[in-house]
Design a protein around this ligand. Structure first.
Ligand code: Y39
Ligand code: FE
Ligand code: FE
Length: 231
């Protein structure tokens, strides 16, 4: 704890090195929120019975994006959106392909489990080391991300038996991408005082809990979580 306190006191939010790293991390978050917005619109088309709820989630994602744009402006940072688009390309393409094939289970795993858990882990780790402006924004956002994760959990839990095989396949295809993405941002995250180990740990806790809530056994969760750990 004391270590964290000392570290926060020494963060210079206006230093060139901080702002340079922030230009990429902030862009990833902005682009991620934009993609999440679009993904929930697509999910609303795939799940017409839940259209209202999913459109509400997509609107929340738009608000998140605006909030994080304000965080960048507050620090006088220009987000590197080109970098961020490339960062999300793998998950983006897999989501699009699944949507075209009507694979709603895969779409839910990518957006509502993997991306939401990634967001929750990143925001939880960022909050204690954020500047005051960004901390308030991020605290509001992370609460809503839990409700997005919950949407996926509830749907997949209700449809667990029929979804199990597709979930296994989608996990195998997409979890390795998350580790690659984490490795790509680890250096920039560290400049923001976010440790990769802490991000991995928080992600695994959220994702493991989600799989458990859906109906997977501990044994299944171990097996599913092991995919791509060495990527
Ligand atoms: O559902 C959502 O709102 C998720 C799209 C937002 C993604 C956020 C991605 C965070 C990754 C940041 C990596 C920082 C180390
Ligand atoms: Fe969001
Ligand atoms: Fe979300």
């Amino acid at each position: 704890m004391q270590q964290l306190v000392d570290q926060i006191k020494t963060i210079d939010f206006q230093s060139e090195i901080y702002k340079d790293a922030y230009s990429r991390i902030n862009a990833i978050v902005i682009e991620g929120e934009q993609e999440a917005h679009e993904n929930y619109i697509t999910l609303a088309q795939l799940l017409p019975a839940q259209e209202k709820e999913l459109i509400a989630l997509s609107k929340m994602e738009s608000r998140h994006k605006k909030g994080f744009e304000a965080c960048g402006r507050n620090l006088k940072v220009t987000p590197d959106l080109e970098f961020a688009k490339k960062f999300f390309l793998g998950l983006h393409d897999n989501f699009q392909t699944a949507a075209k094939e009507g694979k709603v289970v895969t779409c839910l795993l990518i957006q509502s489990l993997i991306i939401e858990c990634f967001a929750i882990a990143a925001y939880n780790i960022y909050i204690p080391v954020a500047d005051d402006f960004a901390r308030k924004i991020t605290e509001g956002v992370v609460k809503e991300e839990y409700s997005h994760l919950n949407f996926g959990e509830v749907w997949l839990q209700k449809n667990f038996t029929e979804s199990k095989a597709e979930l296994e396949q989608a996990n195998r295809q997409n979890l390795p991408l998350v580790w690659r993405m984490l490795n790509q941002v680890a250096d920039d995250a560290k400049v923001l005082a976010m440790e990769k180990d802490a991000l991995v740990e928080d992600f695994m806790i959220q994702y493991g809990d989600a799989l458990s809530n859906i109906g997977f056994t501990t044994r299944d969760i171990m097996r599913l979580s092991a995919y791509g750990l060495v990527a």
